[in-house]
Structure formats: structure tokens, C-alpha cells
Design a protein around this ligand. Structure first.
Ligand SMILES: Nc1nc2c(ncn2[C@@H]2O[C@H](COP(=O)(O)OP(=O)(O)O)[C@@H](O)[C@H]2O)c(=O)[nH]1
Ligand SMILES: Nc1ncnc2c1ncn2[C@@H]1O[C@H](COP(=O)(O)OP(=O)(O)O)[C@@H](O)[C@H]1O
Length: 230
């Protein structure tokens, strides 16, 4: 069996983690686990975990480290036979240290997107809560305005994508992510990608994964191939 591959994707809210993760999962066959989706699903389904985290998720503030760690690590253990990509966890140094005790990461992808681009994107982000499908009124609009492509059900905007909450989330991200990135940098597994367009960043990420995984993508999502990887 090929060696298992464990990756994390980090970046501020709206930097394209979900969009790029979907492409990575589809192209390279990694299992994708998003802490945000997992928590929102748990809240919607009113599970024990959902009840525990609802007050934080609804307010867009971080769930305490001990709670999120207690929820996420068992999920990862269930995926122990798979290669995976983790989005939204770890967010803090304490979480990164807890993850470190469970598994050795192979790669951390950082998305650097300018502040103005983030606010512009998130103010146009609409989601279909039951499925987690994400739309953008400019970048990937639904076929019918305000309706999910698959079910036709209404799309909604997260409260934490509204301008007041957004500013606080971005500021907070900067403070807590820095020590996590420093840790991964010191381990030599951090790769950073900067830009304003997912479609322009994607080919570089795809090339990096080809190198790391020694495999070709099954879906290219692109019309040109870059000649250099960052
Ligand atoms: N205009 C534009 N929107 C994008 C681009 N990439 C992603 N988006 C949209 O920006 C929003 C945030 O992306 P998402 O992947 O959810 O970011 P995350 O918060 O980091 O997971 C979504 O509405 C995406 O559809 C891009 O290159 N251009
Ligand atoms: N690693 C984490 N640590 C603490 N709270 C988290 C973590 N991941 C997600 N959350 C909680 O879930 C909410 C939604 O997560 P997020 O990743 O922002 O979802 P989305 O990608 O849909 O915007 C956050 O506001 C926070 O309350």
C-alpha cells in the first residue's frame, strides 16, 4: 500500500480553503475533513457535539481548544487508514500540538489572499446549509439566483460572513494562526501560496501535490500548466 499522506490547509476565512480542498480531494483522492462543516452539521443535527459547540459556532467565535480537540481527534482516528486533507483544524498552537501527538503531517498549505479580496468574496458567499455547497454570486453563481443547483432549496448567508463579524474574524485569524504557521515552518512542511484568484493559485498547488504524492491529478481544473511550483 502507498504511504499515507496527511495534509492541512490554512488561510483566513474566504481565502478559498473549501474551494481548493474540494479540488484536491477530487483530483488526488484525499479524504477531506472540514472542522467548520463538521461543527455546523453537528449543530444542525442537534447531536451531543452540536449542543456543546452551538453557542460558539453561532457567534462565530472559536470553540475552546479542549472541546474541539476532543471532537476532531477521534474523527481523524476513524480516517487512520486513509490519506486526508484537514481544513479549519488546527487553528491554534494548542490544537496543533494535540494533532502532532496523533499524527505526523506531510504538508501544510497556506493561502495568502489580500484583505480586500477576502471581504469582497465573503460578502458574496451564499451556502446551501443541508449539503454545505458554497456559491459565490460572481465566481460560481447558482444556476437560479438564490437557489441550490441540486435541490432548488433556498441559499442563505452565514451570519459570520456579514461585514461586522467578518472584520473581527480576520483580525482574530491573524493573531492565532501565526504561531501555528511558525511551528510548521520550523518543521519544513509549510508551503505558502499568494494571489487573488483561486484559478491562478490552483495549478501551483496541483504541481506541488504531484511532486509530493508521485501521482498525476485525475481532474485538472485548468487550461494551462505552470512551469514552476512555489
Ligand atoms: N471571485 C472569486 N471568488 C472565489 C474565488 N475562489 C473562491 N471564491 C469564492 O469565495 C468564497 C470563499 O471561498 P471558500 O472556499 O469558501 O473559502 P474558505 O472560507 O477559506 O473555505 C466562496 O463564495 C467561493 O466560491 C476566486 O478566485 N474568485
Ligand atoms: N479548529 C477550530 N477551533 C475552534 N473553533 C472552530 C474550529 N474550526 C471551526 N470552529 C468553529 O466553527 C465555526 C465555523 O468554522 P469555519 O471554519 O469558519 O467554517 P466555514 O469554513 O464554513 O466558514 C467557527 O466560527 C468556530 O466557531
Amino acid at each position: 500500500m502507498a504511504k499515507l499522506f496527511r495534509a492541512v490547509i490554512m488561510g483566513p476565512p474566504g481565502s478559498g480553503k473549501g474551494t481548493i480542498s474540494k479540488r484536491i480531494a477530487q483530483s488526488f483522492g484525499l479524504e477531506y475533513l472540514s472542522s467548520g462543516h463538521f461543527l455546523r452539521d453537528s449543530v444542525a443535527a442537534n447531536t451531543e457535539a452540536g449542543v456543546l459547540v452551538k453557542s460558539y459556532v453561532d457567534r462565530g467565535i472559536l470553540v475552546p481548544d479542549d472541546i474541539i480537540t476532543r471532537l476532531m481527534l477521534p474523527r481523524l482516528e476513524q480516517l487512520s487508514a486513509h490519506s486526508w486533507l484537514l481544513d479549519g483544524f488546527p487553528r491554534t498552537l494548542v490544537q496543533a500540538q494535540a494533532l502532532n501527538r496523533l499524527v505526523q503531517l506531510d504538508l501544510v498549505i497556506i493561502l495568502n489572499v489580500p484583505y480586500a479580496t477576502l471581504t469582497e468574496r465573503l460578502s458574496h458567499r451564499w451556502i446551501h446549509p443541508p449539503s454545505g455547497r458554497v456559491y459565490n454570486m460572481g465566481f460560481n453563481p447558482p444556476r437560479v439566483q438564490g437557489k441550490d443547483d441540486v435541490t432548488g432549496e433556498p441559499l442563505v448567508q452565514h451570519d459570520d460572513d456579514k461585514p461586522e463579524a467578518l472584520m473581527a474574524r480576520l483580525r482574530h485569524y491573524k493573531d492565532v494562526a501565526k504561531p501555528v504557521m511558525d511551528l510548521y515552518k520550523s518543521k519544513g512542511i509549510l508551503y505558502s501560496f499568494s494571489g487573488t484568484d483561486t484559478d491562478r493559485i490552483w495549478p501551483y498547488i496541483s504541481s506541488l501535490l504531484v511532486t509530493k504524492l508521485h501521482t498525476q491529478p485525475t481532474d485538472s481544473f485548468q487550461t494551462h500548466t505552470p512551469t514552476v511550483a512555489e
